[in-house]
Ligand binder design. Structure first.
Ligand code: SAJ
Length: 439
């Protein structure tokens, strides 16, 4: 079994099927097709499948090279999409790249999409196939969820009849293709044979390290690397709140702290959004038993989730000092994406801020040069406003003429959630400037 698969991989004859053609699955499918493998992508929505089969990339936003690559591999007949799982029957390799969100209330993994993909695959799984989970999953999921579903629905035994591997993706919006090619990856097989076969396969698209490990280690690496970042950001945010309380400037303190060797204090800000940092810490601790009490991870999440609400506090306080009740205020929010110079709004802190401002009765206008629906004229957006709240460090906002902007607004409250304006310059331009981390 192993020799057949190894030969198929080495000859690039291995039929590769990718389940889930989103921002993870589509790029990796195209890269394997570009490498010379015959690739079939499976996605549940027929309209997206039709788009792809016409050589059109359904992913929004700036993804250098992706649209061209989709068009090329489709036109060369190396890649096609379908909604039919039967394509898995002839597959040598099946990559699974479906979403794995966490329940917003329980913070437990929501594996509905993963279970669905595994069940449909299991019914079409042939002996000798290698199954690779690229989705981010809680440590222990391969053993407790993936393996049982595949064995039960296929009647096959893992490591005897088919190979099973966890090879977590490290994609980033805006760098989907580059990250797949250039980021190191862990390759965690259910057996050393599986790990070896997966390393052999991924060498055709990954130009960085492919580190062979076991499944649990692979699951831990991916979720821990993002939890690490979340905790680092939470520390910076807590220091911002401390400096505000003590009347100091966290930005000056941070710069000097980072002059100390081996320090890398992250950036405080208006909140932590995106498709992975807010989610992966919860996946990391999801399967921990009673013997483990998570404290740092939940606390860091609470600190970061609290930052949009802190922006509300800064805004309400400043307006109150100007004699304006929040329920009567007219507020302009600059930035709706979760990240600078991006159109991605997943888990954006701005969503929390805007909803809360409206709950408090404020009349809110949102502007964002990247997000469809919010791209109007900035000067108009701030016209007559009592407060301007900066949530995202888009380059467009960094370049703003604060004097010109001041002339547009009614009252002069400016809340800087990303430290992109100089307090001195803002005050010189007539703004009542308040910034995260500036007491
Ligand atoms: N943020 C801060 N302070 C910081 C850094 C980020 O408040 O110092 C905020 C951002 O504004 C954003 C959120 O956190 O709202 C996430 O920002 P991010 O830079 O982590 O960007 P992401 O979410 O795209 O994270 C991805 C992750 N990559 C993968 O999952 C493969 C993350 O692991 C990377 O570290 C990150 O990109 C990166 O380094 O750019």
């Amino acid at each position: 079994m192993k020799d057949d698969l190894l030969r198929a991989i080495e000859d690039k004859a291995a039929k590769v099927v990718v389940l889930g053609l989103g921002y993870v699955g589509l790029p990796v499918a195209c890269l394997f097709a570009e490498a010379g493998f015959p690739v079939v992508g499976i996605r549940r929505s027929q309209d997206k499948v039709d788009m792809i089969n016409q050589g059109v990339c359904p992913i929004e936003g700036k993804e250098p090279g992706l649209a061209e690559l989709v068009a090329r591999v489709v036109s060369e007949g190396r890649f096609r999409a379908t909604i039919e799982y039967e394509a898995c029957r002839e597959a040598h390799v099946v990559l699974i790249a479906v979403e794995t969100p966490v329940n917003p209330v329980t913070k437990k993994p929501d594996y509905e999409a993963l279970r669905g993909a595994l069940t449909d695959l299991g019914r079409n799984l042939s002996r000798g196939t290698m199954v690779v989970i690229e989705s981010t999953i809680a440590p222990g999921t391969m053993e407790r969820v993936v393996k049982p579903i595949l064995e039960e629905t296929s009647g096959l035994r893992v490591s005897e009849d088919f190979y099973l591997v966890n090879c977590p993706e490290r994609v980033m919006p805006g760098k989907l293709l580059a990250n797949i090619r250039e980021c190191h990856r862990v390759v965690g097989g259910m057996s050393p044979e599986a790990t070896g076969l997966a390393v052999k396969l991924y060498q055709y698209v990954v130009q960085a390290d492919l580190d062979p490990v076991d499944c649990l280690t692979a699951e831990l690496v991916k979720t821990m690397e993002n939890a690490y970042r979340d905790v680092q950001i939470a520390f910076a945010n807590e220091m911002a709140l401390l400096c505000e309380d003590l009347g100091a400037d966290v930005w000056q303190v941070r710069e000097l702290v980072n002059k100390s060797p081996y320090r890398n204090m992250h950036l405080p800000g208006a909140g932590v959004g995106g498709h992975c940092i807010p989610k992966d810490p919860w996946l990391l601790i999801a399967n921990a038993g009673d013997g483990f009490e998570p404290r740092v991870i939940p606390t860091a999440r609470a600190v970061n989730d609290g930052m949009p609400l802190h922006m509300i506090d800064l805004t309400v306080k400043a307006l109150c000092e100007a004699g304006i009740e929040i329920s009567d205020a007219r507020v302009a929010v600059l930035g709706y994406a979760y990240l600078e110079n991006s159109d991605d709004t997943r888990n954006s802190p701005s969503k929390v801020l805007v909803a809360r401002l409206r709950e408090l009765g404020a009349e809110v206008v949102v502007h964002d040069p990247y997000v469809p629906g919010y791209q109007g004229d900035l000067q108009e957006a701030v016209q007559g406003r009592d407060a301007v709240v900066l949530m995202v460090a888009h380059d467009d906002y960094r370049a703003l003429d604060l004097s010109e902007l001041r002339a547009q607004v009614g009252h002069s409250v400016l809340i800087d959630g990303r430290h992109i304006f100089s307090a001195e310059r803002a005050q010189a331009a007539g703004w009542d400037y308040r910034g995260v981390g500036r007491g």
